[in-house]
Design a protein around this ligand. Structure first.
Ligand SMILES: [Zn+2]
Length: 204
C-alpha cells in the first residue's frame, strides 16, 4: 500500500500526504509503535550508521497523532540545523514546531478547541516536555469513547455522530442520495453517504 494511504489510517486525511512528503524529504525511518504509557512519540537522531528515526504510538486519535508527529519532526529538523547545540525543547525547536504546524493550520485540519490549545502551547515558553497537559487534554476529548459504530442512515434524524477524525456532526435530511449533516462546532454542511460508518454520540 502507498505510504499516504497507510498514514491515513492514523492521521486526518488531508495531513497524510504532507507527512508522507516529510518522511521522504528528511529520509526518516517512520514507525507506528505500540502504546508506550510514558510517551506518545519519540525522535532519535542519526547514530551508528542509522538515519533519523521517529516513532508515534498507534493508539492516539488522529489529531493527537498529527500533533505528536509534527512535534517529533520539529526535533528532527532542529537536529539537522543545530545538532547538540540546541536544547530539546528550546527556542530553536519551538520556532520549528510553529513553522511545521503551519501547513496543517492552513489546511484547516483542526477543530477550534484544538487550534486554540495548540496556539497557547506555542506561545507558552514554560512548556518543556514532549506532552503538554492542557494540549493533550484538549486532544483527548477526541478519543473514541464506548464506540458504537453504525451507518449514517441508522442515526436518528437530528442525532449526533462522530466521524473518524473526531469531528461531531448532526444528521439532517436525505438530499437525493446523501444525508445533509452539519458539523456541530463550525455549522458547516457536509453530505454523507448513507452507508458511511460513523460512531453514534449519545445525547448528554
Ligand atoms: Zn519532544
Amino acid at each position: 500500500m502507498d505510504k499516504t494511504e497507510i498514514l491515513k489510517q492514523y492521521l486526518p486525511d488531508a495531513a497524510a500526504p504532507v507527512i508522507a512528503k516529510w518522511i521522504d524529504y528528511f529520509q526518516c525511518e517512520f514507525k507506528v509503535s505500540r502504546n508506550r504509557g510514558t510517551k506518545f512519540g519519540d525522535y532519535r537522531s542519526p547514530f551508528d550508521g542509522k538515519g533519523h528515526r521517529i516513532s508515534v504510538n498507534y493508539n492516539l486519535n488522529a489529531y493527537a497523532f498529527l500533533v505528536t508527529t509534527v512535534h517529533e519532526f520539529a526535533h528532527l529538523y532542529t537536529w539537522d540545523q543545530h545538532q547538540h547545540k540546541a536544547k530539546p525543547h528550546g527556542t530553536e525547536w519551538k520556532s520549528n514546531f510553529k513553522r511545521m504546524m503551519k501547513p496543517f493550520f492552513d489546511l484547516e485540519i483542526f477543530p477550534p478547541d484544538i487550534k486554540r490549545a495548540i496556539s497557547n502551547y506555542l506561545d507558552n515558553p514554560a512548556a518543556s516536555s514532549c506532552s503538554d497537559l492542557t494540549l493533550f487534554r484538549a486532544l483527548k476529548n477526541y478519543d473514541v469513547k464506548e464506540a458504537l459504530v453504525i451507518s449514517v442512515e441508522k442515526i436518528p434524524a437530528n442525532g449526533l455522530f462522530k466521524w473518524k477524525d473526531g469531528r461531531v456532526f448532526r444528521r439532517e435530511e436525505l438530499l437525493r442520495k446523501r444525508y445533509r449533516c452539519v458539523e456541530v462546532s463550525t455549522n458547516r454542511v457536509y453530505l454523507f453517504n448513507p452507508v458511511a460508518e460513523v460512531e453514534l454520540v449519545k445525547a448528554s
